[in-house]
Design a binder for this molecule. Structure first.
Ligand code: NDP
Length: 340
């Protein structure tokens, strides 16, 4: 089997030398364990955090250990009564061609759905968008929602669900092609290219035009310039599900201070007070008890084509580091997956 390990902790943005692609011994399933041949693995922004040796909600990946991550594949040997050879499963196999986990740690997949949907729209990222919107966004028809990283699996779920619930949805994405995709494929009302605006003030002026009634929900995926632009536009009683802050992830390794940002903390904190905003940070792994409710609501919508799916599939495990670095820079069009 093959795997990609963390060779070195990145300083700022990850580079090739932080990863190593290598051969490893094929695991042998013990009692209760299942051996899986991985067909596709997921690349997610949270993996950047796992590369730093910093205190967080999850332990960092150790040096020379397999990069962490979710993946899907087919059972090739099973010592667990619930799984048979040929079953399609999801598990945290990491960046590897094969994985061996206890049956308790696996999820059997519905073979009627394309297997890759378990990594994106019907997997952890789709669930994150759905849960964060419903639980903390508290969407109401007629309200205005803003979400950045709009064409990724989290943002596109948030925007599409909000549209289905009757909200006005404004996306923010990197580049014309992504903005076009947000409107034409995912049905957003508007989408602005954050790269086209020199600073937060310019982006805010453009947002103001497309959000004439202010912003009721800002689904926070990116922070940085976008957060600074949106916050003053929030309506009284607005909600901010705080899901991610990818614009600042590479700063973690640089001591945790958000290098390069102006110190707007007092102004931002005041905005939260005077507008009585509800800001709620969440980590989706705390909420997996609601995963079946998510599948019940969303899987039929995906099957019916009501919720659209866009996936960006890189070829070959050895190319996973390149695809990961590309995604952190916004080079992915839809959910980033690697075909092993
Ligand atoms: P995406 O597939 O959307 O990929 C990340 C995207 O972030 C890029 O494509 C890029 O999109 C955007 N981006 C990168 N840098 C910047 C920047 N400086 N400013 C603005 N946008 C930037 O990722 P996901 O949908 O998987 O994840 C979206 C967010 O949700 C992430 O922050 C992630 O960490 C978070 N998340 C949080 C979870 C939780 O439990 N709280 C669980 C899952 C995800 P573009 O080119 O359009 O700008």
């Amino acid at each position: 089997m093959h795997r990609v390990v963390l060779a070195r902790r990145p300083q700022g943005a990850p580079v090739d030398a932080d990863f190593r692609y290598e051969e490893a011994a094929m695991p042998v399933p013990g009692e209760g364990e299942v051996l899986v041949k991985v067909s596709h693995m997921s690349l997610d922004p949270y993996m950047r955090g796992r590369m730093d040796d910093a205190k967080s909600y999850a332990k960092p990946v150790e040096l020379d250990h397999t990069m962490e991550g979710g993946a899907v594949g087919e059972v090739i040997a099973s010592n667990h009564p619930k799984y048979s050879v040929g079953d399609q499963v999801f598990g945290m196999f990491g960046w590897a061609s094969h994985g061996c986990l206890n049956g308790r740690e696996l999820r059997k997949l519905d073979p009627r759905l394309p297997i890759t949907t378990a990594l994106g729209v019907l997997g952890m990222p789709g669930f994150t968008g759905w849960y964060g919107l419903m639980e903390y966004g508290k969407p109401k028809a007629g309200e205005t929602l803003v979400v950045a990283a709009a064409t990724g699996p989290v943002g596109s779920m948030v925007g599409q669900m909000a549209k289905l619930l009757g909200l006005r949805v404004v996306g923010i994405a990197g580049g014309d092609d992504k903005c076009k995709m947000a409107k034409e494929k995912f049905g957003f009302d508007e989408c602005l290219d954050h790269r086209a605006y020199a600073d937060a003030n310019a982006l805010r002026a453009a947002l103001k035009e497309v959000c004439p009634n202010g912003v009721d929900i800002y689904f926070e995926n990116v922070a940085g310039k976008v957060l600074e632009a949106v916050l003053p536009l929030m309506n009284v009683g607005g909600r901010i599900p705080l899901c991610g802050m990818i614009a600042w992830y590479n700063a973690g390794a640089l001591g945790g201070n958000m290098t390069g940002e102006k110190d707007n903390l007092p102004k931002m904190w005041r905005s939260i007070l005077v507008n009585r905003l509800h800001v709620h940070g969440f980590i989706i792994s705390d909420h997996f008890a609601s995963f079946p409710d998510f599948l019940t609501d969303v899987a039929p919508r995906v099957a019916a084509g009501e919720i659209k799916v866009v996936e960006d599939v890189a070829q070959g495990l050895e190319n996973a580091p390149k695809a990961f670095m590309n995604m952190l820079n916004g080079g992915n069009f839809g959910k980033q997956i690697v075909k092993i």
